[in-house]
Design a protein around this ligand. Structure first.
Ligand code: HEC
Length: 126
């Protein structure tokens, strides 16, 4: 299998996960976002473990309010899964400025980022 075919297979497989329902993005768009960010599509689509995300997310809610209110710090609970992950990877790669978030995101690997996305983007907020 070529690398392209492998990535394609990963994308199709993971399509059954986080982005299965109501994803606003086509596989082509996801592939493009991934390429632009120096990622592989699976990093944006592999389903995260929301329970693990809740555990890891304890440190986030000292700044980002779980209720979705923002007090100078942007709400993260209204972001879609893909946008959330792209933001985390951008801080991690330091292509997006913000010292605290660069340090925060820098600690996490793919599994953690997927888990945090799964938790925060599916919270039931009005
Ligand atoms: C010390 C405060 C603080 C903590 C703790 C913190 N953040 Fe942030 N976060 C910020 C600030 C401030 C910004 C806005 C930075 C900017 O302008 O890019 C931000 C931005 C973000 C964004 C991008 C939001 C958007 O609208 O694009 C995401 C996603 C995010 N944080 C996730 C997290 C997660 C997940 C955690 C915990 C693992 C976390 N943050 C912990 C302060 C914090």
């Amino acid at each position: 299998m070529t690398r392209g075919a492998l990535l394609g297979a990963a994308l199709v497989l993971s399509g059954a996960g986080a982005l299965a329902e109501g994803s606003a993005y086509t596989p082509e768009e996801i592939a493009e976002y991934a390429a632009d960010a120096g990622l592989v599509p699976a990093q944006l689509t592999t389903a995260g473990d929301a329970e693990y995300g809740e555990y890891l997310g304890g440190e986030c809610t000292t700044c980002h309010q779980q209720s979705g209110d923002s007090n100078g710090i942007p709400a993260i609970v209204y972001l879609d899964d893909l946008t959330f992950r792209l933001a985390m990877y951008a801080y991690k790669a330091k292509t997006r400025e913000n010292a605290v978030m660069q340090m925060t995101a820098g600690k996490f690997g793919d599994e953690e980022i997927a888990a945090l996305a799964a938790y925060f983007t599916t919270l039931d907020v009005e």
